[in-house]
Design a protein around this ligand. Structure first.
Ligand code: FAD
Length: 290
């Protein structure tokens, strides 16, 4: 199906293969909920030759539990993600991140594929998905491939996607005993972008964390993992609070923030330490212990 949107052609493919074919044309861009693209086109930052709307491709709207994970189609809206009972109970960090984005109107149409494709470092979903060790399936003319979140988003508003490639799904592993938590801090209104965001997962067996992951958003060109969090695995309960504080300081040292309306770089770096410690304490169950 074809129509026109201003000077850009408006294409409505019915399959992933047709979308990939359409995106192969020079200047064509994928369109999902349109919440970011609409602004960019409106401000003259983007002048696509064609908008390839993904909203009529059945494969992209599937959200199901399969093969030990949640498989989330790229056009799943953030509202649907936030409200999904299994997402809320198995991977609450993702449900909470989705529920934090913008406002009701944005979440009603913005999609998980668009949230990754936009690649703004202030966004809520990338740190949550990074902590959850999610992988992204991408389809292009050369077939399908799978990427970690920090392989897909490779810099400030930059992705590894080729011009003909489309995100088809995000796969989040489900692990018995895994806790996940997401916290964001904004000094402005609740629907503003976070100044910093922190997400953590903790695999807990017999009351002891065996594996911990921590990811930070808003404090660098892209969300980043904090490898020092792995050192929390096996730490005895009496040391959790002190060890979490050390990891939080490591997270702040790894930050590479910039001054902007959400705060100065120095302020953001301190906020990383504060919110990293809080999210670790929440995930490990030591919140309020000190
Ligand atoms: C008022 C407002 C407030 C906001 N506040 C927040 C906030 O607090 N936190 C936050 O995280 N974000 C916020 N956002 C940004 C929001 O997260 C993004 O606009 C949204 O997630 C983009 O999703 P979309 O489906 O609308 O994508 P679109 O706007 O359709 O596309 C965005 C980008 O992704 C690409 N794309 C879309 N789908 C795919 C796909 N399947 N494969 C490959 N590329 C694709 C497009 O080509 C485009 O480059 C806000 C946006 C607005 C307008």
């Amino acid at each position: 199906m074809t129509g026109t949107s201003g000077e850009a052609a408006f294409l409505v493919p019915g399959t992933v293969e047709a979308a990939v074919e359409a995106l192969g044309a020079a200047g064509a861009v994928a369109l999902a909920g349109g919440t970011s693209i609409g602004l960019m086109v409106g401000q003259g930052l983007l002048a696509p030759s064609a908008l390839v709307w993904l909203g009529r491709i059945p494969e992209l709207s599937v959200l199901e539990e399969a093969d030990g994970g949640m498989s989330i189609g790229a056009t799943t809206t953030l509202a649907a993600l936030a409200a999904h009972p299994r997402v809320r109970t198995t991977v609450p960090a993702l449900a909470d991140a989705a529920a934090s984005v913008g406002n009701t109107r944005v979440r009603a149409v913005a999609t998980i594929g668009g949230a990754l494709g936009h690649a703004d470092p202030r966004q809520d979903l990338p740190p949550a998905l990074l902590a959850l060790d999610a992988r992204v399936e991408v389809a292009g003319r050369r077939g399908r491939r799978h990427l970690a979140i920090d392989e897909l988003i490779d810099g400030f508003m930059s992705t590894d996607l080729g011009p003909d490639e489309v995100i088809t799904a995000v796969r989040v592993p489900l692990v018995d005993g895994r806790r996940s938590c997401y916290l964001r801090f904004t000094p402005g209104s609740a629907d503003d972008y976070p100044t910093v965001a922190a997400a953590a997962t903790a695999d807990v067996a017999d009351g002891v964390p065996t594996a911990v992951r921590l990811a930070i958003g808003g404090a660098g060109p892209a969300a980043y993992l904090v490898p020092e969090a792995e050192e929390l695995g096996g730490v005895p309960e009496g040391r959790w609070a002190a060890a979490s504080a050390e990891v939080a300081e490591a997270a702040a040292r790894r930050a590479d923030p910039v001054d902007d309306r959400l705060g100065s770089a120095a302020y953001k770096r301190r906020m990383v330490a504060v919110w990293a410690r809080r999210v670790l304490e929440r995930c490990l169950g030591t919140e309020g212990a000190d």
